[in-house]
Design a protein. Structure first.
Length: 467
């Protein structure tokens, strides 16, 4: 029988990173993936394909709407080859997943293709169409990820009533895309199709889009999305989703109890994701999941069995690829006897719309609710030379710092390239920087990063220089 120091079940960013780190630390490592391609949700139907389509659709929008402002005239009609856009996305996915095969090989990690299920605390069965095998493992890491959450009254037919998975491989551009859920997926994929010409209606249950992020970001993004002609319906509770031939009828109730009807040709249900544990046979280990379907773990990410760990989307916390990766590394190092640590407050969140939205640390809403005294420094992107040069004028950087100590408690930004800019804030907060530390740091001119320095100056003594 094959025997390993560590077996990882699931090859998403949590699982494959855990496997690499275990192998780096000298452990004999295997990984089990039920699909034929490695990389999990993130590489196959999540982060990578959605960003590929966001990039392609951004180019299309620039060409059709903005090139002429730069004096670039394209003679003749700009046309869209949507099937090529989708096949380019598929090629990006394929290259990226092959990269994981390369990494597994390079690190001498044994890959098993098949469904992994528990036999007992030290044995896992791998079942594929053609074979069944049991392997022995000292330690097991469950990294089985998540699946889209469904609404009981909205049957996903994968044709017109769809989840993000289908939205990444449509065969035509919707005329009217109804998006249920104004969270990250709804806004990112909604923007892809808006740029390609769809009418897009977003129906959100809460009183604002991206409701878990700082309210200021939600307000600014709503303003920009309205300029981009999105129809946004907040405080709307969807009660019915019914397919009618090539159309989908959606009924919602607004905050005044009025019934509103929407008719579209596609309806994307993006109301969150749920932990995925089907087929694992957790019963064999008497591991029960909580009411959100997640596997419960302690602060070392151990389940009730000390040699069995769980990481990523299948456990509590932000459902983000980089959170899963950090947990993969943490568990590998714990198994190796080290004492690693994750500061979950410093896991950044990013929405890859344009403008991009990014956040780390505490929101202003949180500080108010918890009576924490703070200072605010905010700087608008439009005051930057760099923003004017590229005509990306929307957005701001907001720094929240402790009123007494000046330590940065949260950074919230919206604007061009904020997905990359947020790293400066994360590093600063990892080192417990004060707003003044950032304010006194040289930032290259002209860059969008100057908004960080200016917001820090504003938080320090209200002494931003360029406003
Ligand atoms: P997953 O990536 O879900 O991987 C789990 C793997 O386990 C899968 O391959 C599955 O097939 C396998 N598996 C499950 N059960 C078994 C079993 N019994 N045996 C064998 N294999 C099994 N996050 C970001 O940080 N940035 C983004 O830009 C971003 N964009 C996203 C866009 C979309 C459209 C979606 C849907 C998600 C996005 N996410 C993004 C979230 C991100 O994809 C997840 O947080 C991340 O993939 C979680 O990683 P994981 O390793 O926990 O699980
Ligand atoms: P989400 O939690 O970001 O947003 C879901 C939204 O749906 C929320 O605003 C919620 O209030 C709303 N909602 C819930 N029930 C509703 C209902 N019945 N009617 C109307 N609105 C309803 O979830 P998501 O957008 O589906 O994304 C799932 C996960 O994937 C998220 O946790 C996210 O972290 C991850 N993801 C991350 C990225 C990124 O990092 N850029 C991109 C895509 C997905």
């Amino acid at each position: 029988m094959n025997s390993f120091d560590v077996v990882v079940i699931g090859s998403g960013p949590g699982g494959y990173v855990a496997a690499i780190r275990c192998a780096q630390l000298g452990m004999k490592t295997a990984i089990i993936e039920k699909y034929n391609t490695m990389g999990g949700t993130c590489l196959n139907v999540g982060c990578i394909p959605s960003k590929a389509l966001l990039d392609s659709s951004h180019h299309y929008e620039e060409a059709t709407k903005n090139f002429s402002n730069h004096g670039i005239n394209i003679d003749g009609k700009i046309s869209l080859d949507f099937s090529k856009m989708i096949s380019r996305k598929n090629e990006v996915v394929s290259q990226t997943t092959k990269g994981i095969d390369f990494l597994m090989n390079k690190n001498n990690i044994t890959v098993f293709n098949g469904l992994g299920s528990f036999v007992d605390q030290n044995n896992v069965k791998i079942s594929s169409e053609s074979s069944e095998e049991i392997i022995e493992c000292k330690n097991i890491i469950i990294a089985t990820g998540s699946k889209p959450t469904v609404l009981p009254f909205a049957k996903i037919d994968k044709d017109r009533i769809i989840t993000s998975t289908e939205a990444l491989k449509l065969k035509e551009i919707p005329k009217h895309l109804i998006v249920i859920g104004g969270g990250v997926i709804g806004l990112e994929l909604g923007q892809v199709y808006k740029r390609l010409g769809s009418e897009v209606s977003i129906i959100e249950y809460m009183d604002k889009i991206i409701p878990t992020m700082d309210s200021g970001l939600s307000k600014e993004l709503t303003k920009v999305f309205k300029k981009q002609k999105f129809k946004i319906h907040t405080s709307h509770k969807v009660t019915s989703v019914v397919r009618d031939g090539d159309y989908v009828n959606v009924i919602a109730t607004d905050k005044n109890d009025q019934t509103i009807e929407f008719k579209g040709d596609y309806c994307l249900v993006s109301v969150g994701r749920s932990a995925y544990t089907d087929g694992l046979n957790l019963e064999a280990l008497s591991i029960v999941t909580n009411k959100r379907g997640q596997i419960e773990v302690n602060d070392k990410l151990q389940t009730k069995h000390s040699n069995i760990y769980a990481i990523g989307d299948v456990v509590e916390g932000a459902m983000l690829a980089h959170k899963a990766e950090e947990e993969g590394v943490l568990v590998a190092e714990i198994i190796a006897g080290q004492k690693p640590h994750i500061d979950y407050n410093l896991i950044p969140g990013v929405v890859y719309t344009w403008p991009e939205v990014a956040s780390v640390g505490k929101t202003e809403d949180y500080l108010k609710e918890n009576n924490i005294t703070y200072k605010v420094g905010q700087f608008p992107m439009r005051a930057l030379g760099r923003s004017r040069a590229s005509s990306d004028l929307d957005g701001f950087v907001k720094i929240l710092a402790d009123k007494k100590t000046d330590e940065i408690l949260g950074v919230h930004m919206i604007g061009a390239r904020c997905a990359d800019l947020i790293s400066e804030a994360v590093v600063a907060m990892e080192f417990k920087a004060s707003a003044e530390d950032i304010a006194r740091t040289s930032h290259a001119h002209p860059t969008y990063s100057e908004a960080m320095k200016e917001a820090a100056l504003a938080a320090t003594e209200n002494r931003a220089l360029h406003i």
